[in-house]
Design a protein around this ligand. Structure first.
Ligand SMILES: Cc1ncc(COP(=O)(O)O)c(C=O)c1O
Length: 390
């Protein structure tokens, strides 16, 4: 007899319920009971997209051919704007036709590239904790994930070396993500140089997720492609979502190694027709004005970070300062051991939704992640309520 039990599907059995969906259920239930909840669980920017970009979108929507399918790899103007941005921001020269593909967000891009390069059983080194698609992009593609540390230091390479020695077959790729979600860790240029040396020695591709390229508090993050020769083995993912407050528009970029870009482009050509063309035209304008737009975005996040940390500290809850990104990665308070039950309690007792660290992998068990996606006054008041509930 035909059996429709979804938990028996091979792929679905390998996907635990998505962490943000779990928190969303708790929030929905609390709201249904009439409770006010400030949702700081997901890194979904609450600020408006830049006005010039919204205006450009409106104009482009009126073009007679706006509603047709667009180009899967992205229109030339957009790929060129991305290459120009890389030149200005990182001093990296990219050929828009060979080294750049525009994607439906960087999450999609990552999963599609994993599909393109992974044979069943192929092993990939993935940091733990990490943004879920870094692991599950490869699980979806039938790969095997070998976790390794996030902290960008010698120990990371020691552990990676160890993992390679004891993996059969040898890993095909390593994932890097700095500034890191959820830990907010950043890596300096010397780390990226070492990563390229390491990958060359072990014949690994590097997939570097730079979604937080523009959300930083101190030194601007580097592109791995600044390292001479990195393009021989690395691609990098960037996104309009956080840099330009355009998360719902679904535009990202993958740039770098020609062979990987070709592989991704081929898979994408079967799966999508590119973003809505007016969105691509408007995003090109955002990239052309990236410096001015992102300077404003950074000012907001700095004020928000400081408001949250100061209010928490004033109420007796001292938190580590994030290095970059739009998150605070906080250890669970003393006596708490389960990040999921702590987050549930905070919804009930403080009216604030947070992300349980375990949702980013077992390495996140002892933490929670706070997304700075509300104005300063609301963040300060949320921090005070959480601190009191603790
Ligand atoms: C590290 C990281 N990569 C990728 C993404 C996904 O971004 P996009 O909206 O471009 O798919 C996120 C979103 O939170 C992220 O934190």
């Amino acid at each position: 007899m035909f059996d429709l039990r979804p938990d028996q599907f091979h792929t679905v059995r390998r996907l635990p319920p998505y962490v943000f969906a779990q928190v969303a259920e708790i929030v929905a239930a609390a709201r249904a009971e009439g409770k006010e909840v400030l949702d700081l669980s997901m890194g979904s920017p609450d600020m408006r997209a830049p006005q010039i970009v919204i205006d450009a979108l409106k104009d482009a929507v009126d073009a007679p051919d706006a509603s047709r399918y667009s180009a899967s790899a992205g229109v030339e103007k957009l790929r060129k704007a991305c290459a120009d941005y890389y030149g200005r921001r990182f001093g990296v020269r990219l050929d828009p036709d060979l080294h750049v593909v525009s994607t439906l967000g960087s999450k999609n891009a990552f999963a599609n590239l994993a599909t393109a390069i992974t044979a069943p059983g192929d092993v990939v080194l993935v940091p733990n904790p990490s943004y879920p698609i870094h692991t599950f992009g490869f699980i979806l593609a039938g790969g095997v994930v070998r976790p390794y540390p996030v902290e960008p230091n010698d120990n990371l390479f020691r552990q990676a070396e160890w993992a390679i020695r004891y993996s059969t077959p040898k890993p095909i790729a390593m994932v890097l993500n700095y500034p890191a979600n959820p830990t907010t860790k950043t890596a300096d240029f010397a780390f990226f140089e070492e990563a390229v040396r390491f990958a060359r020695k072990h014949e690994l591709f590097i997939l570097s997720d730079l979604a937080y390229a523009e959300i930083y508090y101190d030194e601007p993050p580097h592109s791995i492609l600044e390292v001479p020769g990195a393009r021989d083995l690395a691609v990098e993912f960037t996104s309009a979502s956080k840099s330009f407050n355009m998360a719902g528009w679904r535009v990202g970029f993958t740039v770098g190694n020609e062979r990987l870009i070709q592989a991704l482009t081929r898979v994408k050509s079967y799966l999508d027709y590119g973003s809505f063309a007016p969105i691509q035209h408007a995003t090109a304008l955002a990239l052309d004005n990236a410096e001015a737009i992102t300077a404003d975005v950074r000012i907001q996040y700095r004020a928000r970070r400081d408001a949250f940390l100061e209010a928490a500290s004033a109420a007796g809850w001292d938190l580590p300062k994030p290095d970059a990104s739009m998150f605070i990665w906080a250890p669970l308070p003393k006596g708490e051991t389960d990040s999921v039950s702590f987050c549930k309690r905070m919804v009930r007792e403080a009216g604030v939704a947070l992300s349980p660290g375990v949702g980013f992998g077992e390495g996140g068990t002892g933490h929670i992640r706070i997304a700075l996606v509300a104005p300063e006054d609301q963040l300060a008041s949320a921090a005070t309520r959480i601190a009191r509930a603790i």
